[in-house]
Design a protein around this ligand. Structure first.
Ligand SMILES: O=C(O)CCC(=O)C(=O)O
Ligand SMILES: [Fe+2]
Length: 238
């Protein structure tokens, strides 16, 4: 893989990186198969998507140290490569310790939001199965929020967002069936897209239909790892 800086999205506020074909098709297939074979109780079903949290959901914004690490089937093809890119060099655990798996049916999405300060401000998102547009919004106090930037996430790609882009902007996925008006002027990572994606989008007049479910894996470093020994001690004293 080339140096991280060669994947920088220069049009976006500091900083974001986009790497197409971060995973091979075999790695993608294997991940999808594993994700789908996890017991259904492992999914949290929301009205507009469903999700799995690994190793566990957060408790009061922290990870329990008794929780295992992110399981190998989920981490192995991704986490070491993100470490090699150097993105966790300054994070508290020098590594991702948490992964959220979001699954969106066609027409589903996620409201504009911030990921907040429970996490070190760095997100590594791998997309599986289908492409989708992530919208970036400025924080505006008055009036409706406006889409400021658009990032097209191909399947098997890695998107890294950090710094001001993490702390000063919101992100979301619209609940629509067609991502439209996609071209070199509207898509911030157009130049870094695979040729195949660019050709397909151009052939379809800048439109991508969401036909299949799209899965995202968002890897982060949760700042606080709760000291379970201390909690047990405190409880015993109560
Ligand atoms: O699915 C995505 O790419 C975004 C997910 C997201 O924003 C989140 O899990 O906080
Ligand atoms: Fe998010």
């Amino acid at each position: 893989m080339r140096h991280l800086e060669s994947y920088r999205l220069a049009d976006l506020p500091d900083r974001a990186y986009y790497i197409p074909d971060f995973l091979t098709e075999e790695e993608e297939k294997s991940l999808i198969q594993k994700i789908q074979s996890v017991p259904s109780a492992r999914w949290t079903v929301l009205s507009h998507r469903r999700l799995q949290a690994w190793p566990t959901q957060l408790l009061h914004g922290s990870i329990l140290p008794t929780a295992d690490a992110i399981p190998n089937w989920l981490a192995d093809s991704i986490v070491p490569r993100t470490i090699d890119l150097g993105i966790w060099n300054a994070s508290p655990h020098a590594c991702a310790n948490h992964c959220l798996i979001n699954e969106y049916e066609p027409g589903q999405g996620i409201m504009p939001h911030e990921d907040g300060d429970v996490y070190y401000p760095m997100v590594a998102t791998v997309s599986l199965s289908a492409g989708i547009v992530l919208d970036i919004y400025g924080k505006s106090e008055d009036g409706p929020r406006k889409v400021t930037y658009r990032i097209y996430q191909e399947p098997r790609s890695l998107l890294v967002t950090t710094d001001e882009l993490y702390t000063k902007f919101l992100h979301g996925i619209q609940e629509i069936f067609l991502d439209e008006h996609l071209n070199s002027n509207t898509v911030s990572n157009w130049d870094l897209l695979s040729n195949e994606a660019k050709e397909n989008i151009e052939r379809n007049g800048g439109v991508v239909e969401r036909r299949m479910k799209r899965i995202s894996l968002t890897f982060r470093d949760v700042k606080k790892v709760r000291n379970l020994a201390k909690i047990l001690q405190t409880n015993r004293r109560l």
